[in-house]
Write a protein that binds this ligand. Structure first.
Ligand code: A2P
Length: 279
């Protein structure tokens, strides 16, 4: 259950994480984070913009588990890009979570040419703050989220190459170019909305494969991520589904079926594109 991948700096990251996107209600967030850890999740993913950092922090602290056994990810909100902003916003995140370090901190979305003439410089300035916090030991690994190759290129020339890129990744949204670019440069890919925000659950091919492997469609999606060496971050507030989503290590999808899943055309997802977002 607690298998790990290794990041380019040698730090280990659990192969599956618990996503907290869209869990806004405080009581629910505290409760599900607590349950997730008790169930066996060791990797919890949150973000400033989710508005639940305090609740996630309370959930973490409600369980008696050594801090070093947990892997906690935070993300910098888009309105706080830039060097100084990123430094102070990171401290707000630590305070809200009640932690003294993060395992992973990500730039949530790239500044893009669509909105900013100096988008590359904005990303570089933000990255400089991340590198500084990393050197100070306040973050054990640093990375980005929703970056495509053209967003990543400027950062690749800096002293620290991003260790992680968290992107929307699920059957029907393979993002092959981004995946290959990252994997060729030892940037571990994480999958947000690995079930396509739940839309993949009714896909006919996946339903058939679920029957073939005697698994649920969700487990097929998550196992497909894992076999691509991508870390899925499923979100569920339903305990039975949370447990189901953890249990993906006792079967293997055959190569032919992996290939068929890779070829599923776009079937739905968030609909968000990194160069088109206006938030
Ligand atoms: P819920 O939170 O009510 O359990 P994604 O992670 O791709 O964004 O998908 C999240 C959606 O998928 C949520 O609506 C969640 O519902 C649902 N979901 C998560 N895990 C499962 C599962 N194992 N089976 C069915 N639906 C699931």
């Amino acid at each position: 259950m607690n298998r790990v991948f290794e990041l380019s700096n040698g730090k280990q990251i659990p192969c599956i994480g618990y996503g907290t996107w869209q869990i806004k209600d405080e009581k629910t967030a505290i409760d599900v984070v607590k349950k997730a850890i008790i169930m066996g999740y060791r990797h919890i993913d949150t973000a400033a913009v989710y508005g639940n950092e305090e609740a996630v922090g309370k959930g973490l602290h409600a369980v008696d588990i050594p801090r070093e056994n947990l892997f906690i990810t935070g993300k910098l909100r888009n309105t706080k890009r830039g060097y100084q902003n990123a430094l102070s916003e990171f401290n707000n995140t630590l305070d809200k979570l009640g932690l003294d370090y993060l395992d992973l901190y990500l730039i949530h979305w790239p500044a893009s040419w669509h909105r900013y003439a100096d988008w590359e410089q904005i990303n570089l300035d933000t990255w400089k703050a991340f590198a500084e916090l990393y050197h100070e030991g306040k973050i054990k690994a640093i990375g980005v989220s929703n970056f495509m190759q053209h967003h990543l290129e400027a950062l690749m020339k800096t002293e620290i190459v991003p260790m992680v890129n968290q992107i929307e990744f699920h059957p029907g949204q393979l993002q092959k170019e981004t995946l290959e670019f990252c994997q060729n440069h030892r940037i571990l890919v994480e999958a947000w909305s690995p079930l396509g925000t739940g839309k993949m659950l009714s896909n006919a091919l996946l339903v058939n494969l679920a029957a073939k492997y005697d698994k649920s469609v969700a487990q097929i999606c998550l196992r497909w991520c894992y076999q691509h060496e991508v870390v899925p971050l499923p979100k569920s507030v339903t305990p039975s589904r949370m447990l189901e989503n953890l249990n993906i290590f006792d079967f293997e999808i055959e190569e032919y079926d992996m290939d068929q899943i890779d070829r599923i055309p776009y079937f739905g997802g968030s609909g968000l594109h990194p160069d088109e977002i206006d938030f």
